[in-house]
Design a protein around this ligand. Structure first.
Ligand SMILES: [Zn+2]
Length: 362
């Protein structure tokens, strides 16, 4: 039922945005004082190198969709600002009309290879919230790659009793894939696997599914860019900012601060000035984080809560519109104009546990 409610609400919202667009009202909204005092922070994750957008359309979009979005921003006459400048102007009441900021999370290799060349042709400033552990390691992110490989093997039957346990023989339908994914995510934790062991497990999984894993590794799908590639982008004008070292937050201040500190220390080697802007990994926000972020000299923090930022927002809880290929042009234009932020929407699902370390975790 929940899904149906969401679908109905979404359909109503889209119909309304379509009507507003047809009447030219988003055009009018773009020019209001209300919009002028607000900052639209756009959030992106991956731009597909191959078929990643078919695997997870909420995280990945085809390059043509990103190009189309930037074209719509251009056509709407938006001012795309650098994050640091935009946050300062927001609280000083000095934003130019139709302000927008572009942010990309994690710092995937596809940002380096696919997204940045597109952004560069528009000449827009861009921020990458770079998580540094896997960038340093230069290996695929285990959970994502396990899920992607299982998707590549869809329709097959997987026999792997020593890893899947009693589910020795699983047909990779939607349900079967979910079961295998969860088993694969738990397995390294239960068996205390090292990073190297996890890599070997992914290679064994790919072999069982007859997926060409060497080819996936060679093309660097689902990998982060290296620190040297990130440094190259910084020299070309990309603003690298904080996203924690291991893409984790913690309920213990010392661990939380260490994550920010370790991340900042890596970024210090890549950027000219200290990184002071933060993005919550997995969008996990909690009230207790705010004083910790202040003590870490964080100037702003962005969430995945959809909205358009105003001076009334705490600068450590700035809303962000996380864009995806599933959004229509009308919906995206509605967000540029700000009107989409005013329409009713369901509350976002609560914090995702996988990004939150419990106290006492290593
Ligand atoms: Zn992230």
């Amino acid at each position: 039922m929940k899904g149906d409610e969401t679908a109905v609400l979404r359909a109503a919202r889209l119909a309304l945005l379509g009507t507003l667009g047809a009447l030219g009202l988003d055009e009018v909204a773009l020019r209001t004082r209300w919009r002028r005092n607000r900052l639209l922070i756009l959030g992106y994750h991956g731009v597909a190198l191959d078929d990643e957008h078919q695997w997870d359309p909420t995280l990945y979009m085809p390059a043509r969709v990103l190009r189309r979005r930037l074209q719509l921003i251009h056509e709407a006459g938006c001012h795309v600002l650098a994050l640091d400048d935009a946050v300062r102007r927001l609280y000083d009441g000095e934003l130019p009309p139709r302000s927008v900021v572009l942010t990309f999370d994690d710092g995937a290799y596809d940002f380096y290879a696919r997204a940045f060349p597109i952004v560069e042709t528009f000449g827009y400033p861009v921020t990458v919230y770079l998580t540094t552990f896997y960038a340093e390691l230069n290996r695929p992110v285990y959970d994502s790659m396990a899920s992607y490989l299982v998707w590549k093997g869809r329709g097959r039957v997987l026999r792997w009793p020593e890893v899947l346990g009693r589910h020795g023989d699983v047909a990779l339908t939607d349900d079967g894939r979910r079961l295998v994914r969860e088993r694969l995510w738990r397995y390294p934790v239960e068996h205390g696997l090292s990073g190297r062991d996890k890599d070997a497990l992914l290679a064994r999984l790919a072999a069982r599914l007859e997926v060409d894993y060497d080819d996936i590794l060679r093309r660097r799908l689902l990998q982060l860019m290296t620190l040297s590639e990130a440094g190259e982008l910084a020299r070309r004008g990309v603003d690298l900012q904080l996203h924690t070292h291991r893409h984790r937050v913690s309920l213990e201040e010392a661990v939380f601060a260490r994550e920010v500190g370790d991340n900042r220390e890596r970024l210090r080697r890549l950027r000219a000035s200290e990184a002071t802007h933060f993005c919550y990994p997995g969008g996990v926000t909690r009230r207790e984080f705010l004083p910790w972020l202040r003590r870490s000299n964080i100037a702003s923090a962005t969430t995945c809560a959809p909205g358009i930022a105003s001076r009334r927002h705490d600068r450590l809880l700035l809303p962000r519109y996380v864009d995806s290929a599933e959004r229509s042009d009308a919906e995206f234009r509605g967000w540029l104009a700000g009107v989409a932020a005013l329409l009713p929407r369901r509350r976002q699902a609560e914090a995702i546990g996988q990004f939150l370390e419990e106290p006492g975790a290593p």
